[in-house]
Unconditional design. Sequence first.
Length: 459
Amino acid sequence: MCGIIGIENNENAAVLASAGLITLQHRGEESAGITISGKEKMKTFRSMGLVSALFNEDTSINKLQGTAVIGHVRYSTSAKNSLINAQPFQITCIHGNIAVAHNGNITNFLKIKEMLLKKGAIFNHTSDTEILLHLIAMSKGSLADVTAKALQKLEGAFSLVILKDKTLIGARDEHGFRPLVLGKIGNSYIISSETAAIEVIGGKYIRDIMPSEIVVIENGQIKKSFFYKKPKQQHTCIFEQVYFSRPDSIMFGKIIKEVRVKMGEFLADQMKGIKADIVMSVPDTGYYAALGFARASNILFENGFVRNHYVGRSFIKPSQNLRDVTARLKLRPIKEVVNGKDIILIDDSIVRGTTSRRLRGVLKDAGAKKIHFVLSCPPIIGSCYYGIDTPTKDHLIAARSSIEEMRKYLGVESLTFLSLDNLVKACSFADKKDKVFCTACFTGKYPTKISKNTYKEGC
Ligand code: SF4
């Protein structure tokens, strides 16, 4: 999972892009980077950790001169968590200096990489994104044409920003798995993973970039085209609405906060008649669904957990003992709220089940009487091949257990998942009813062909 941003035709491009990236920080905390051009020679700065780690004496934001910028925040699997895979990637080729930042997963990466290796290509990174730069470098024509030709060869999920001199390109795969939106500030266009990043920097959201669409922007002028004339059925990731996207972002004409409240209302309807003292959420993504549940069921909403936002992913966990300390550091129940209570506890999803089981343990230790565990999505039974780092099927608790088996494992009084129908209803497009979501991790029905050679470790 990653976040991307691009801004062109703006004297403050670096400052604005950095503020936008901080807004997208929830999409990736492993590494951050920006590429800047338009005035001096193209330069890329990348760093492990948060966006704030990008800036130091040498890369002080005021010193970054340029009018066009792309930026990236990365969440990756631990095997690929290294500076070498931090984006944007910048190369020099026959077309000049080019940089790219990518959100998604190119499923035919291994096949294309093998073909490129046979042609003599040299790879610097272990990430799927690099093949795009090779494909562009090997083609002749305008940047827009060679990008279109390259994208026609890729399969899977990709939302991209590409930079060359003052030209900013945005593109989205033919299914539109990952979000990508277009905005404007003054005479400058902005491309971003989410609308919140556009609004935070004072810009205005204009529209979504469509599946198969390429936008080429220079000096405040935009040209759009499609790299497939007949785009496939849209399959935008429904999990963006459940978990990944910010609650203040807009997707398909709906603010995500409201979508999550609706999920909670549907859950209250599914559990009509349930008795409890309080409704609580697992911070942060369960919050709005819990609010919706509480309102619809007339059960008191309480904040029963305190979340510590300062526990980095890299906190050392050498032993079980210290792992427990880390867990307690992250989320701590408020005894006075939960003691002696029957609780409806709302979270977004269950993946392996270990975190949920631990949460039940800390609540019981704090005196909770009964726990009804409620999830704002259906059971996850399949891995994601489109840019979300879910584990393989054998590590997904719902892929190998019935709901009753999961309930027993978690040690809770009841276990309820939002039905797929209700999830789709809550997320449904405000305007275009003919589009559909990807729901493959809940149904096992993947919109693209999946085989044992399908690559799944993009970002
Ligand atoms: S498989 Fe699941 S997480 Fe992946 S794109 Fe589809 S809905 Fe989203």
